[in-house]
Design a protein around this ligand. Structure first.
Ligand code: NDP
Length: 243
C-alpha cells in the first residue's frame, strides 16, 4: 500500500497531537488518501489545510469537549482514533521528581485512555472502529533516563490489549505502533556523534521518516488489517527486535 493510495471508503479520523511531528504526518497521510481528518492541538494554531480542535489530554472535560467538536466537524462519530499526543521528561531514576513521573503518565497513558474511552462511545454503537496507540521502542526495551516515559509507553500495550479483548466482539480493533528513532525536531537537535552512536545500534542503520510511521498507522486503519488486534507493530528499523 502506498502513502497515496486512497481509502476505499472515507473514514472519520481523529489524531491527537496532530499539529506537528509524527501526528501531523499521520493526519496528512489520512487526509491525502481522502479520509475526513481532525487533529487536536494544545498550543498555537491548527496546521494549514487540516481541521483542528483544541485539546488538553490530561483533562477529561477538555477531551470530551474536543470529541464533541470534532464529531461536529466530521459529521459523525470518530471511526479511527490515533492516540499520538505525548511528552518526555527524561531524568535518572534517583533524581526523577514525582511531578516528572506523574506528568508523563498523565499525558501519555491516562491521556490515551481518556481519548479511547470517549472514542469507543460511537464505535460501540456503530459496531466498528480502530484504536491506534503511538507507543515507543522505549516502552518495550526500556531506556536509561526514561523510567517515566517507558512505563507510560509500556502501559499503552496493556491498555490496547485489554480494549482489544473487551471490544473485539463489537468489531473494534486496538493496536499499538512502537516507533524507534524518527526524524523529528527532537532528533534533529542531537549532535552528530550522538546520532552516529544511535545509528550504529539500529539494524537498518538510519532513522525513520515520519511518513514511515504514518504508513503503518494507515495500514492498521485499513480494511486489510481488519483481523489485526492487540498487536504491537514496531517501526524501528529492527532496534527493538525480540521485545
Ligand atoms: P512532538 O513533541 O513533535 O509532538 C507531540 C504532540 O503531542 C504535540 O502536538 C503536542 O502538543 C501534543 N501534546 C503533548 N502533550 C499534550 C497534552 N497534555 N495534551 C494535548 N496534546 C499534547 O512529538 P513527536 O511527533 O516526536 O512524537 C509523537 C508521538 O510519538 C509521541 O507519543 C511520542 O512519544 C512518540 N514517539 C516519538 C518518537 C520520535 O523519535 N520522535 C519515537 C517514538 C515514539 P503541543 O504542540 O501543544 O506541545
Amino acid at each position: 500500500m502506498s502513502d497515496t493510495a486512497s481509502s476505499p471508503t472515507p473514514q472519520r479520523v481523529l489524531v491527537t497531537g496532530g499539529n506537528r511531528g509524527i501526528g501531523l504526518a499521520i493526519a496528512r497521510a489520512f487526509a491525502d488518501a481522502g479520509d475526513d481528518v481532525v487533529v487536536t492541538y494544545r498550543s498555537g494554531e491548527p496546521p494549514e489545510g487540516l481541521q483542528g480542535v483544541r485539546c488538553e489530554v490530561t483533562d477529561t472535560a477538555s477531551v470530551d469537549a474536543a470529541f464533541d467538536e470534532a464529531e461536529q466537524l466530521l459529521g459523525g462519530p470518530v471511526e479511527v482514533l490515533v492516540a499520538n499526543a505525548g511528552i518526555t521528561r527524561d531524568g535518572l531514576l534517583m533524581r526523577m521528581s514525582d511531578d516528572d513521573f506523574d506528568a508523563v503518565l498523565q499525558a501519555n497513558l491516562a491521556g490515551a485512555f481518556r481519548c479511547a474511552r470517549r472514542a469507543t462511545k460511537g464505535m460501540i454503537r456503530a459496531r466498528k472502529g480502530r484504536l491506534i496507540f503511538i507507543s515507543s521502542v522505549s516502552g518495550l526495551t526500556g531506556a536509561p533516563g526514561q523510567a517515566n516515559y517507558s512505563a507510560s509507553k509500556a502501559g499503552l500495550v496493556g491498555l490496547a490489549r485489554s480494549v482489544a479483548r473487551e471490544l473485539g466482539g463489537r468489531g473494534i480493533t486496538a493496536n499499538v505502533v512502537a516507533p524507534g528513532f524518527i526524524e523529528t525536531d527532537m532528533t534533529a537537535a542531537l549532535s552528530q556523534d550522538v546520532r552516529d552512536g544511535y545509528v550504529a545500534t539500529i539494524p537498518m542503520r538510519r532513522f525513520a521518516q515520519v511518513e514511515e510511521v504514518a504508513g503503518v498507522v494507515r495500514f492498521l486503519a485499513s480494511p486489510a488489517a481488519g483481523y489485526v488486534t492487540g498487536a504491537v507493530v514496531p517501526v524501528d528499523g529492527g532496534l527493538g527486535m525480540g521485545h
